[in-house]
Design a protein around this ligand. Structure first.
Ligand SMILES: NC(=O)c1ccc[n+]([C@@H]2O[C@H](COP(=O)([O-])OP(=O)(O)OC[C@H]3O[C@@H](n4cnc5c(N)ncnc54)[C@H](O)[C@@H]3O)[C@@H](O)[C@H]2O)c1
Length: 270
């Protein structure tokens, strides 16, 4: 059988931020199963990731770190380099959003959206990606090899569809999908393009990955509205983006940089 020259990631050192979250854990698993060394960065160690430490003691390293702290990221780089070598793949996946259960002012009218919430979301979702690129991307550029995957969102590519939340307003709530997440994710596109051009000759590729909503036991009103709006008629399963992350990390995409890969069930097609 032909060795898989396109999707072999077994020699890669992969750093995934937000590794303890719903999608981060899926990305960690898919790289570990394919023989890569994986560093999972997060503010806390999830029970799922504890299992990775047990199952893959030689290939998995948990790094307790905060993407908004450059000092903490530099310590993480040293830790990963000591264990596995300089990262060759960086998946900037950590982010925060205002969940529908947030306090009313978070999901209220734009005119009253709190400045502190704006700062917090932009800090993690945009500044955090910039800092990770600065620390880990710089090490990749120096080593002459790397692929950076910056996770964006349909809500950064187009405005959130406020009609999805009409069912809540009909129940008497004041509810709007807030602005900061959307603004932070749209910033990911040009941060990625900027760095793709900046590091092109250093053999560090930088792409964004735009994804749509993932099923996570959302309430029926939301699910109904979302599934009616999205052409494919359902939310994504948690493992449905792992293939695209593998693609962007692997030799299959060596000529791709400064691009945006859209895996969104057709959300942005209409
Ligand atoms: N789940 C979706 O429906 C969806 C849709 C579109 C885009 N996305 C994007 O996909 C990515 C992953 O989403 P998810 O649903 O797995 O989110 P999640 O909330 O399950 O996981 C995010 C992880 O990031 C970590 N994190 C938060 N702040 C951090 C910080 N300062 N430093 C380090 N880690 C930090 C959290 O602890 C958490 O484990 C995010 O970028 C998100 O915006 C998700």
């Amino acid at each position: 059988m032909l060795a898989d020259k396109y999707f072999d990631v077994s020699q890669e050192v992969v750093l995934i931020t937000g590794a303890s979250g719903q999608l981060g854990g899926e990305y960690v698993r898919s790289f570990l199963e394919r023989g890569a060394c994986v560093a999972g960065l997060d503010l806390y160690l999830s029970s799922k990731n504890k299992k990775f430490e047990e199952e893959y003691p030689d290939n998995y390293l948990y790094c307790n770190s905060d993407v908004t702290s450059k000092v903490s990221l530099q310590q993480t780089l040293n830790k990963i380099t000591d264990a596995f070598g300089v990262p060759t793949v960086l998946v900037n996946n950590a982010a925060i959003d205002s969940p529908p259960s947030s306090p009313p002012e978070e999901n209220g009218p734009f005119e009253e959206y709190p400045e502190a919430s704006w700062d917090k979301v932009i800090d993690v979702n945009l500044k955090g990606v910039y800092l990770c690129c600065q620390v880990f991307g710089a090490a990749m550029a120096e080593a002459g090899k790397g692929s950076i995957i910056n996770v964006a969102s349909t809500y950064g590519a187009v405005a959130p569809d406020q009609n999805l939340y009409e069912y809540r307003r009909q129940q008497g709530e004041v509810f709007f999908k807030p602005v900061a997440y959307s603004a932070s994710k749209s910033g990911i596109f040009n941060l990625s393009r900027y760095l793709a051009v900046y590091w092109a000759k250093k053999n560090v590729r930088v792409n964004s990955l735009t994804i749509a909503g993932v099923f996570n036991n959302q309430d029926d009103g939301f699910l109904d509205a979302y599934c009616k709006r999205i052409p494919i008629g359902r939310m994504a399963k948690a493992d449905e983006y792992s293939g695209s992350v593998l693609f962007l990390a692997s030799p299959a995409s060596t000529y791709m940089t400064g691009s945006n890969l859209v895996i969104d069930g057709g959300w942005t097609a209409i």
